[in-house]
Design a protein around this ligand. Sequence first.
Ligand code: 16G
Ligand code: MG
Length: 551
Amino acid sequence: MASQAAVKEHIKTAISKAALQYTKPEGKVFEYGTAGFRMKADLLNTVIFAVGLLAGLRSKKLSGQWIGVMITASHNPAEDNGVKLVDPMGEMLEGAWEVYATKLANAPLESIAEVYEQLAKEIEVDMGNPARVVFARDTRASGSRLVGVLNAALTATEVEFIDFKYMTTPQLHYIVRCKNTLGTQYEYGEPSEQGYYEKLATSFKKVMRGVKVQGSLTVDCANGVGGPKLRELIKVLDAAGGLDIKVVNDDVINPDALNFNCGADYVKTKQRAPPSSKAGVLDRCASLDGDADRLVYYFVDETNTFRLLDGDRIATLAASFIGYLAQKAGISQKLNIGVIQTAYANGASSDYIKNVLKLPTEYTRTGVKHLHHAALRYDVGVYFEANGHGTVTFSENAMKIIRNTEPQSPAQKQALESLLALTELINQAVGDALSDMLLVEVILAHKGWSPKEWLGTYTDLPSTLDRVVVKDRSIFKTSDDDTILTSPAGLQGEIDTFMLMFNKGRSFARASGTEDVVRVYAEAATRGEAINLSKAVTGLVGIAGKADAQH
Ligand code: 16G
Ligand code: MG
């Protein structure tokens, strides 16, 4: 393999020449984490260059399949930016390659061509293979400069590429999957933005047959790329029977407006509606994040209290509806449906899934890719993080059963058709706020529910989320599902003792993957108990981390 992994001299020269246009920020160590690379946009040139090189290698390694590069910093402030790679089926980059990304991003510019060649050899990439890359970006001002850098890396390495300009993150994931399945039995859709809208609108219309959405939905678009894209979707939806959507916070002209006092992250972490919200009592509202891969719903109840319907609520709603349709379709015995959550899921939601929906539920480590992989082990894997990231996956077996079951009654036929349409409506490549929003609207319409009935399915346990600044967060190591601290030694035992002191007390601490802090989650039967449990655990973490706990 070694000879095929040799990089042609003229390409090495082109890489070196292109790289020297940029300057590496001094003393900065980069790491490809759960959200790819993310930081202040002015530090990103050389990182994007490295990602461009790696995207080409990844495509060559996978025999020329299309790889995606998304330039976005999601819910971060406007001055940040970031980049993530998308694998051929529209999934997150394979774990082992995160290490290669980190390696290339930290390579000195003078020797980056050599590091690139070494890597090609190490991974045994056949350099004779074609390389194909699609990319897109969100609406951040720094995006056009970073696209220029990406372009330079792809051009130097003679990669074929398509620039999809502005897109939501899930739209790019969709394009990647479409591109790689085109002409196969797994064809996912038309690889274009229009194809994306049409797929959603057509399946939406099918599932909505015979039911009607009550009232309107106000969607806060975080002043990000989701705004203009939602407007495009509405145009196509209108032709398909429509949905009364009011688009708010869709200012993509003022660069500072992005994620400022609005968006899914604001609503979830502050537990309140954006200050600009004019929604009335019981009005259905939703918020997207800056790249439209997170969704939360909310409303104001009759006592003027803000009520959040987060990722846990979307998971339970989706699981209950799919379970109901499977039963109506007479296939529930054949389909194994599971719900994947993280330890941040409210305990009441997990109890509801187990005891009322009677479905298996499990926790994975935080981060979409962990949930996604666990979901693939079920015929129907419903996965959501509490923060609103998530989707539903359907296995090949599930698709076969849904497609091939002979209906014995009109009701069964309709249930099977609705299930099939749901598999098209749901973006199975990755959590997608626009697709998830249509899913929620469909389900509420079928159930005839206002957000109040949705909220009424169970009562959340009061919970808290705190951050503790420690000297070195890497000493805080957890079990596979984040619930148990395996290091520092003895700390978990102390946390357990406190948990037992509170009714329904549950708490865990884990090092953040995106910030230099340890996060502490606590829940209990009453708000007071949750707060006291959190105080106890943040205190313990603070002592173990030899720093003061900060709220
Ligand atoms: C990233 C993850 C998100 C996770 C969050 C946790 C993806 C696309 N995003 O944003 O799923 O909830 O990190 O952040 O995987 P933390 O490690 O700082 O708590
Ligand atoms: Mg996001």
